[in-house]
Design a binder for this molecule. Structure first.
Ligand code: ADP
Ligand code: MG
Length: 231
């Protein structure tokens, strides 16, 4: 099992190195474009708006490249035993101010606190992506509930539930396809990356949803010990 994780990590690192190299090559010219557009902006008397559009489009390219970079952190791939609840709380803290701004409350019901094995940054990225989607599915206010529960056969189930807009049934199979998004400013990469990371950790990710009621993302992962501190 650990060997499998390591092998996956190696595969990731080959793709990763390539992707990281390309990302770097894209980002450097973007930075110089950004600088020169900013420099020109005051001279574009009646057309400053065009400069703003160019700047925000550049930022979008940058954002997409950084999303892809998540798959590409070769030197950072360190498989460790991780206390799941600590990791989840960590992610909630990261997202607290964004949620607060949008009147969204986090609720937690941690039925178990196992140790899981994996790459901390990648797993955090998964929970960030999924919780961000939950936040983005709600306008004005709402609730996001995180639970953990023990499953037989050495697995833990993590659920992330929101009471946002939900997903029409016919779109469910499209989730996780690269670039599938229903958002004006979406990249359609979050779920694809999350699925890949969870798969690399020998787990799986399922989405169920009722339009108008909300969405639940269920992530199943293998555990290394039932309670933290016992391994
Ligand atoms: P992005 O967030 O950039 O659109 P994702 O891969 O994260 O890309 O999500 C793809 C699509 O799946 C979203 O555009 C949205 O339509 C749908 N989706 C994902 N999570 C949720 C959710 N919690 N509630 C409603 N729709 C969701
Ligand atoms: Mg997303």
């Amino acid at each position: 099992n650990n060997e499998m994780l390591l092998r996956n990590a190696e595969k990731l690192s080959v793709i990763g190195e390539l992707a990281a190299g390309i990302a770097h090559e894209i980002r450097n010219p973007l930075t110089s474009l950004r600088g020169f557009i900013q420099l020109l902006k005051p001279t574009l008397v009646d057309h400053q708006m065009y400069a703003d559009i160019m700047l925000s489009e550049l930022d979008r390219i940058n954002f997409i490249v950084s999303e892809l970079l998540v798959l590409a952190k070769p030197h950072n791939v360190k498989i460790k035993s991780l206390p799941l609840v600590f990791l989840l709380k960590n992610v909630l803290t990261l997202l607290a101010s964004e949620a607060n701004l949008k009147n969204i409350r986090f609720h937690t019901a941690f039925g178990c606190d196992p140790l899981i094995s994996g790459e901390e940054n990648q797993l955090k990225q998964v929970f960030i992506n999924v919780i961000k989607n939950a936040i983005e599915a709600m306008s004005g206010h709402g609730d996001v509930t995180l639970t953990t529960s023990a499953k037989a056969a050495g697995q833990v189930v993590i659920t992330i539930t929101d009471n946002g807009c939900g997903i029409p049934e016919e779109l469910l199979p499209k989730l996780g396809e690269p670039f599938f998004t229903t958002k004006d400013n979406g990249t359609g990469l979050g779920l694809m990356i999350s699925r890949k990371i969870i798969k690399d950790h020998d787990g799986h990710l399922e989405v169920s949803s009722k339009p108008g009621e909300g969405t639940t993302v269920k992530i199943t992962l293998p555990i290394v010990a039932a309670e933290k501190g016992l391994s």
